[in-house]
Design a protein around this ligand. Structure first.
Ligand code: PHE
Length: 323
């Protein structure tokens, strides 16, 4: 009887070709209700002489079957992983990420300035009133400080912390911490508490620029910004400078780019105001300089013919995947 069981089980094992059928085989012979197990269980009720013989035979069969089982299992498992790769299936396409159009335009502008010898620095989005307004000659009663324009941060023990409304505070921070000559741009994000429309967002980017040295003149400002316009919009695009006012420059200008016969303003600029120099401890009789702040969103809109600024942050892949 044991011999028969041995032949049967080993023959069956030969035809086992998968992990699943191996498991069925194990249950059938070695499982708790398996054929060999029930023989072993019944041994106690056998007469003495048979008990010893059958007992040792079935124990050694169990050892043999367990050994065979352990031997065959890893091979089958290996086959399983091997077989699971179906090389005839078409490959899975991996979607490729891309840069956000604002990131690309900031990089492109930064590269243009870098070629002109500017270094690139970043600043904090959380600013102090002192840098965002005071040092920039923006007095306490200036409308830009209105709660309608500024997002103030709610902090224990301080009421002078805000999300920067422009990147200009970095002008003061950089001058405080370095000596001329300075030639730097500061790209970054700004926030204003205002209603959004096709050309206004409550958060947007700016690229601030600052040049300070001896004998820096207004023609340096114009030359630098013309060069930028040529790099970004090509040599034949029309550019317009106009007088404008910003408390931290004198004289102040804005620059616009021709867009289908319309002038679109892309930046404010001017010669650094003597009061700003005084505030950071520079002698305005020794140093002069110019500063500018441009809007990459506006530039990207002109560049790619985008009509609504709100699309940039709508996270709509149909929009974003066009760039
Ligand atoms: N900070 C100004 C703004 O946000 C732009 C500007 C920067 C103007 C530097 C002049 C000089 O509108």
């Amino acid at each position: 009887m044991i011999e028969e069981l041995k032949n049967k089980s080993l023959t069956e094992l030969e035809s086992v070709k998968s992990v699943d059928s191996l498991e069925q085989w194990r249950v059938k012979y070695l499982g708790r209700k398996g054929e060999l197990t029930s023989i072993l269980r019944g041994i106690g009720s056998l007469p003495d002489n048979e008990r010893r013989l059958i007992g040792s035979q079935s124990n050694s069969l169990r050892g043999l079957l367990e050994e065979q089982y352990k031997k065959i299992k890893p091979t089958l498992e290996k086959n399983l992983t091997h077989d699971s790769v179906d090389i005839t299936l078409p490959g899975r396409t991996r979607t490729k990420g891309r840069l956000h159009p604002i990131t690309s335009i900031i990089r492109e502008i930064s590269e243009a300035f870098s070629d002109m010898g500017f270094s690139i620095v970043e600043g904090n989005e959380s600013e102090l009133e002192h840098y965002n307004f005071d040092l920039l000659n923006i007095p306490k009663d200036h409308p830009a400080r209105d709660q309608w324009d500024t997002i103030w941060l709610d902090r224990p023990n301080r009421d002078d912390n805000l999300l920067r409304t422009h990147t200009s505070p970095m002008q003061a921070r950089i001058m405080e911490n370095s000596k001329p000559p300075i030639r730097v741009i500061i790209p970054g994000k700004c926030y204003r508490y205002e209603a959004t429309d096709a050309t206004h967002e409550w958060h947007f980017h700016q690229i601030e620029g600052l040049v300070v040295g001896k004998n820096i003149s207004f023609s340096d400002l114009k030359g630098t910004l013309y060069e930028l316009a040529r790099r970004i919009f090509g040599p034949s695009r029309k550019v317009r400078f106009r007088c404008d006012f910003f408390p931290f420059v004198e004289p102040g200008v804005d620059m616009s780019i021709d867009w289908k016969g319309e002038w679109i303003e892309i930046l404010g600029a001017g010669m650094v105001h003597p009061k700003v120099f005084e505030g950071v401890g520079y002698d305005p009789n020794v140093y002069s300089g110019f500063a500018f702040g441009m809007g990459p969103e506006r530039i990207a809109m002109l560049r790619y013919d985008i009509e609504d600024i709100r699309q940039f942050f709508s996270n709509d892949l149909r929009f974003l995947s066009q760039f």
